[in-house]
Design a protein around this ligand. Structure first.
Ligand code: ADP
Length: 484
């Protein structure tokens, strides 16, 4: 790896990545962060990745500065072109099919909810990905087709059913909850082979699922943490696909996401600090308390999250009162389910000066929370990878997490043994209920009161590598192995 870093001209292989979103072009969730970060991270280890995305209306202005490289007439009801170019430092391929993507609204939803033709819109994206994977674009010929989530799930299937011509495929699951369901009647319309409609292949509970199609045809399946890879084979987490994934266990693996350490670094904050100079964190804490109107003698916990059932927000009302009684405080930034917004608002009303809530989405404010907080709470019911616990590690904002998915892979519980060994980075609890979470919060109060141990945990946390380097190396190894 090191040698390659010193010799950036050397290319080990080429990957066509296909997805419905990528930062900084279009984002609705964490998927976009990963798809947008991978090309840069992989380039550093010698893999040339290009990203195929739909040319949504908001992206069509980019086409003028790009080159038309591919054309198909009658692609699922209209003409389609692919344009290639460097957009925001990334080699991007935009699929311009106005009948599918040139609409006012989001990538998946319009004014009345989900677009009625989503199955076809993303089947088209997948179809084009498989075609380009097979034929290449000029002298750029991919070795690997890397498809992300249900939107690209048909891509490995089209590749497999139409002849892969030596191209190998990878499907990454970022969120198993969305499975790209379509009725069986759509089979022909979606250019899928009728003979593959049986339970061992395309059929899914009487219909079709693009995610399942990818799962049964991809050469490799990955998800965004090793622990989530194992969880997905169990009914509690697999959401109906556990059997399909378990059957392919020999090709399933988990590769943790990274975070952009240029953006998420305490040394890059307005009041900078580091593991060696933690004093700056106290100044951030004071500023945060002033901004949120808080006065907290014990640990100041923060929570930056979508307020949904997945995130375990309903556990707060039963546990935070004791935490407050023990000297703790809580600053919340989030939005989502109105009932959960109301629940955190009730805590705020009940504990003025100790609980403070901002409803909304605010990236700059989230930075101030991580810089100023003592601990970050992540009591998720499931969490494929999770980012906020990694921000917490980087900022010495001790993560208090449930033992699920990527949370369990990234945080080392401050057990007596781990504290003695000097490896603890946070507090991990199980099962995901109010009793265990309450116990974890008492543990937080206790740890915070033991200043030298607390500082040790903070420093251990800040030493954890959370950037993309390890992930990129793992993907590179996966691609390498597939080619061999
Ligand atoms: P998920 O993708 O399930 O929401 P992750 O932890 O993987 O959970 O990623 C969530 C991302 O969104 C993190 O970067 C987090 O900081 C950010 N985020 C969530 N809610 C807010 C908010 N209200 N304001 C700012 N950032 C937020």
């Amino acid at each position: 790896m090191q040698e390659l870093g010193q010799n950036p001209g050397q290319i080990r292989g080429r990957v066509l990545s296909v997805a419905s979103e990528a930062v900084p072009l279009i984002k609705t969730g964490g998927l976009a962060d990963v798809v947008g970060a991978l090309p840069g991270a992989l380039a550093r280890v010698g893999w040339d990745m290009r990203v195929l995305l739909p040319a949504y209306r908001s992206l069509r202005s980019k086409l003028d500065a790009m080159d038309e490289v591919w054309f198909e007439s009658g692609l699922f009801g209209g003409d389609a072109r692919v344009f290639a170019g460097d957009v925001a430092g990334m080699q991007v391929l935009l699929l311009d099919a106005p009948h599918l993507y040139d609409r006012e609204g989001g990538p998946y939803t319009g004014p009345g909810g989900d677009w009625f033709d989503n199955a076809r819109r993303f089947a088209a994206l997948s179809w084009v990905a498989a075609q380009i994977a097979r034929t290449g674009l000029g002298d750029w010929k991919p070795d690997i087709l890397h498809a992300h989530d249900w939107q690209a799930g048909f891509a490995p299937a089209y590749l497999a059913y139409g002849g892969a011509l030596g191209v190998r495929s990878v499907l990454t699951i970022h969120n198993i909850a969305f499975q790209g369901w379509a009725p069986a009647q759509a089979l022909t319309d979606l250019r899928l082979p009728f003979e593959q409609f049986y339970p061992g292949a395309l059929e899914y509970y009487g219909g079709l699922s693009s995610l399942k199609a990818g799962l049964v045809t991809a050469d490799r399946i990955t998800t965004v943490s090793p622990n989530y890879a194992a969880e997905l084979m169990r009914p509690e987490f697999g959401m109906g696909l556990q059997g399909v994934i378990a059957q392919r266990a020999d090709v399933v693996s988990g590769i943790l996401n990274g975070v952009d350490t240029a953006v998420w670094s305490p040394e890059a904050e307005p009041i900078p600090y580091s593991a060696r100079a933690l004093k700056g964190k106290a100044a951030n804490r004071a500023a945060l308390c002033a901004e949120f109107g808080l006065e907290v003698p014990g640990p100041l916990a923060i929570l930056v999250s979508r307020l949904t059932d997945q995130k375990g927000i309903d556990l707060l009302e039963a546990t935070i009162p004791d935490f407050i009684a023990g000297g703790g405080g809580l600053a919340v930034l989030g939005s989502g389910d109105p009932a959960l917004e109301a629940a955190v608002r009730r805590l705020e009303a009940r504990f003025p000066g100790r609980v403070s809530v901002r409803i909304g989405y605010d990236e700059a404010l989230s930075h101030r929370l991580f810089a100023g907080g003592d601990a970050v709470l992540v009591p998720s019911r499931f969490e494929p990878c999770g980012l906020t616990q990694m921000y917490g590690l980087a900022y010495g904002t001790v993560p208090v997490v449930s033992a699920v998915g990527g949370l369990a892979d990234t945080v080392i519980h401050a057990s007596p043994a781990a504290l003695t060994a000097g490896v603890a980075t946070g507090i991990v609890f199980h099962p995901v209920d109010a009793v265990a979470f309450g116990h974890a919060l008492r543990g937080l109060l206790h740890l915070y009161a033991h200043k030298s141990q607390w500082a040790q945990v903070q420093k251990n946390a800040m030493k954890q590598p959370v950037g993309w380097e390890a992930s990129a190396a793992a993907y590179a190894e996966l691609y390498e192995g597939l080619r061999a």
